[in-house]
Design a protein. Structure first.
Length: 495
């Protein structure tokens, strides 16, 4: 989710974590958007009735987006997929044209895979040779090759690749498996990738950057030996489902001088009988985001366990909403407290039944109650939030105020959202009086963005997704504060 509300894949999240650049919809180009733009321009009459073709109209639009308007020293464009894919053909042609038009102002870096055959104990370069041959057949000669490999490549193998692929030896760089993905940039620099690119473009190679903040982070990562156990309570049992949350916890752990050992707990398997066994021993719990009804009762039980056992707890988006529902049911005594997302219509009242209308403590925003097209009407992108003075949340952000990512302007922050349902303001006073404080409010719409229970060690829920803004050099303040509380919890247990 970008700042301006554009939904993309995991790649942009990695780019933000590595570069510290907050991306927008202009940083993600899909084939569909390219074709849609050309179709819209044709309908508008921009082509003066000409027949629309892949070349030059589609390729011209690709080039226009690659060149990017603005004051940039460099534009780095990644084209995904595999050489020979049908989908990538127009992009390859656009690259060929750009390389010809820009001359030394353009460099083609080609990533290839060098497989290791365990049975033969041998690395094979044939896939790389074939891939480069395919590129050359399209009129593209790679300037630099990056060889993805599980094993170290010696100079003899690099020389073989260089000679077969018409590439300088210094421009054959290996991307070997590293203990951490964050060590890859340092490895690339050590092999001279940055200097090779500058030389190819005719730019003087100056002093090698020290990358001190990045290397300091790596030192912290290597020296973090203590571990802290954190549970992720969610329903998407997939490796990449909560990738940004996992990375944010890992980064915050490193800056707290510990390794965050993450344990996925499927909320569908949480019952009153099993919740203690599944969460006991955890120093902290993250109640993860999601959509729909499946697994929410397990999240509610997890929230209850954490609240009653004073376990540091971080609820994100749907997780925050489940914390609100649990509090309504078990503290305020509203046993029918629920969300309109999971119970859109009240159940039919049976004869002789004492069933009452549900208490929608989580409800649709008023302007969306008649909307049916969910995907196009969600609250997407960054919105302002005013923090309450004296709250634990405000303290966490204030501690990171020296970071350019999280500068506070009179207690205002700006975070990214992806949801339709909100805390029901009708019940705000009841929650405040009972001890769950609404400490973050959107000033424009008066929507509750953050709740916390100040009497507990660390019990905070956010309607927004703070994990999107966590980077290698600037871990998100809420994750930093949460992991710090988890470390303190672990210390209490060990004593």
């Amino acid at each position: 989710m970008t700042e301006d509300g554009f939904e993309t894949d995991l790649d942009l999240g990695h780019y933000e974590r590595f570069t510290g650049i907050r991306t927008t919809r202009d940083n993600s180009i899909t084939t569909g958007r390219i074709y849609q733009t050309v179709i819209d321009r044709e309908r508008h009459g921009d082509y003066l009735g000409k027949t629309i073709q892949v070349v030059p109209h589609i390729t011209d639009e690709i080039k226009r987006r690659m060149l990017r308007e603005g004051n940039y020293d460099f534009v780095i464009t990644e084209v995904g997929g595999t050489i020979g894919d049908i989908e990538s053909a127009p992009f390859m042609e656009a690259i060929r044209q750009l390389r010809w038009e820009l001359g030394r102002n353009a460099v083609c870096v080609h990533l290839t895979y060098v497989p290791y055959l365990k049975a033969a104990d041998e690395l094979k370069t044939k896939p790389t040779q074939h891939s480069v041959k395919e590129l050359q057949g399209m009129g593209i000669q790679p300037d630099i090759l990056v060889l993805r490999t599980e094993r170290h490549l010696d100079d003899a193998m690099r020389l073989k690749v260089a000679s077969f692929c018409n590439v300088d030896l210094e421009c054959v760089v290996q991307s070997e498996d590293m203990p951490s993905i964050y060590e890859v940039p340092v490895s690339m620099q050590r092999q001279g990738l940055d200097a090779a690119i500058l030389r190819k473009m005719g730019i003087p190679v100056g002093e090698t950057p020290a990358m001190k903040p990045w290397n300091d982070f790596l030192d912290k990562q290597r020296n973090a030996t203590a571990e802290v156990d954190i549970a992720l309570v969610g329903k998407y049992d997939l490796q990449d489902a909560y990738k940004s949350i996992r990375e944010s916890l890992n980064l915050a752990g490193i800056y707290n001088n510990v390794k965050a050992r993450l344990h996925f707990v499927n909320s569908e398997g949480i019952t009153e009988e099993t919740v203690a066994a599944q969460l006991e021993g955890m120093a902290g719990v993250v109640i993860c985001p999601g959509f729909g009804q499946r697994g929410i009762e397990g999240k509610i039980l997890a929230a209850e366990y954490c609240r009653t056992h004073d376990v540091p707890t971080f609820g994100i988006c749907l997780g925050m909403q489940m914390m609100v529902i649990e509090f309504g049911r078990n503290v305020l005594g509203w046993k029918d407290a629920t969300s309109r997302e999971t119970l859109p219509q009240p159940l039919p009242i049976m004869e002789g039944s004492d069933y009452q209308k549900p208490t929608y403590v989580i409800d649709l925003m008023e302007e969306q109650k008649n909307v049916t097209n969910m995907g196009g009407t969600m609250r997407l992108g960054a919105y302002d939030c005013q923090l309450r003075e004296g709250s634990r949340t405000k303290e966490a952000y204030t501690a990171a105020a020296n970071s350019s990512f999280f500068i506070l302007h009179s207690s205002f922050i700006r975070e990214r959202h992806r949801h339709r349902y909100e805390f029901n303001n009708q019940y705000r006073e009841d929650y405040e009086a009972a001890g769950m404080h609404c400490v973050g409010i959107n000033p424009a719409a008066d929507l509750v963005e953050i709740v916390e229970i100040p009497t507990l060690r660390w019990y905070i829920g956010t309607q927004f997704h703070p994990e999107y803004a966590s980077t290698v050099l600037h871990p998100h303040p809420l994750f930093m504060s949460f992991v710090k509380a988890c470390v303190q919890e672990e210390s209490v247990k060990s004593v």
